[in-house]
Write a protein that binds this ligand. Sequence first.
Ligand code: FAD
Length: 434
Amino acid sequence: MAEKSFKYVILGGGVSAGYAAREFAKQGVKPGELAIISKEAVAPYERPALSKAYLFPEGTARLPGFHVCVGSGGERLLPEWYKEKGIELILSTEIVRADIASKTLLSATGLIFKYQILVIATGSTVLRLTDFGVEGADAKNIFYLREIDDADKLVEAIKAKKNGKAVVVGGGYIGLELSAALKINNIDVSMVYPEPWCMPRLFTADIAAFYEGYYANKGIKIIKGTVAVGFTTNADGEVKEVKLKDGRTLEADIVVVGVGGRPLISLFKGQVAENKGGIETDDFFKTSADDVYAVGDVATFPMKLYREMRRVEHVDHARKSAEQAVKTIMATEGGKTVTGYDYLPYFYSRAFDLSWQFYGDNVGDTVLFGDNDLASATHKFGTYWIKDGKVVGVFLESGTPEENKAIAKVARVQPSVESLDVLKNEGLSFASKI
Ligand code: FAD
């Protein structure tokens, strides 16, 4: 059997892998020492583009345009970059077995890879309605979105079903971004989700009311408090109708499902400690196994700011955790130390002409501020989260770069406030003073 050996192997070729490769290069990795093994066919790219500009009819994003690290304003790492650095990109290669004791990975086609140090960066996979046994969920034109292949299939369907109807199942990030993208493509969109409002894990009812109103004004129908329980198909096996639990039926040429994901850690079951559904790490992203690191979506790490172990499925953490792990690996070899990860949660989303950012923790009391009137030309509004008399989280729609910097600082500093009324009255200017 073919066998290849590397000093460092990054398993996975997504966001974390790309940022880890850049950091390895910065730290002077030598040609031939590092390999990235990915089941995707392309070099690491900025995954968030798939639910945004990748689907737009105009100003469409295509590779090589959004390879990492353009999403954070960095250099774009084209496939040639890896070649120049002597970093081996092993693409279209799925690892089906990992043996940490013998430091060996085995691919689906029987290739063996040996490593001295492994960085696990396998990310997440989507939850599928077929996993829950939903009737007809294997019909054609029911889509999920995780990898570029998924996005390409959706693009084809949007072209084939011009001016057709879509049902978007799920009211989270993917549901909201995909609904907007489909609408921009002139597709008639209905969204379905069981919760009382969209993005319930982050949004308050007030925040959600603005986005739901905005989407309704764009002509997107929102159906809450129910779920898809079945699909009917036409003679070609293509989805035709979505059956809802409340008895209603929606016509659909396209269905997009965004009902969550789960981290891909099964290769390492029983070989590394797990925590909260992910691989447990310390604040350097070292796992319980020697010479094995885990970064990005799969890592459950100490969130110092909140003195709690957490897993974060967002791109900013994918980038930063990868850099932290590589800095640690290289410093350790040089007999040096680095400071541990001290992450401030940062999430964002963009849809239509809206763009929001959130920093910190969404716990405690909330104060809504600013202009969330759907009729006004600007809709700069936000929310503070206050716990034990301190501001611990801030959400802001349509902030300028300076304003977003200011809310990030608030979430990091956690200033005390006399009363919620002070925040209500001062609004964004409270953040600008910190
Ligand atoms: P990934 O980027 O998912 O990379 C994992 C890689 O591992 C993939 O290449 C995969 O093919 C490979 N892999 C997995 N298993 C194997 C195996 N056994 N063998 C070989 N290769 C394997 N976050 C935000 O903060 N803002 C956003 O706007 C946003 N938008 C998003 C839009 C979409 C459509 C998606 C799917 C995610 C979005 N996210 C967003 C989340 C963000 O992209 C992820 O948190 C981030 O990509 C995680 O990086 P990662 O490297 O851990 O995993």
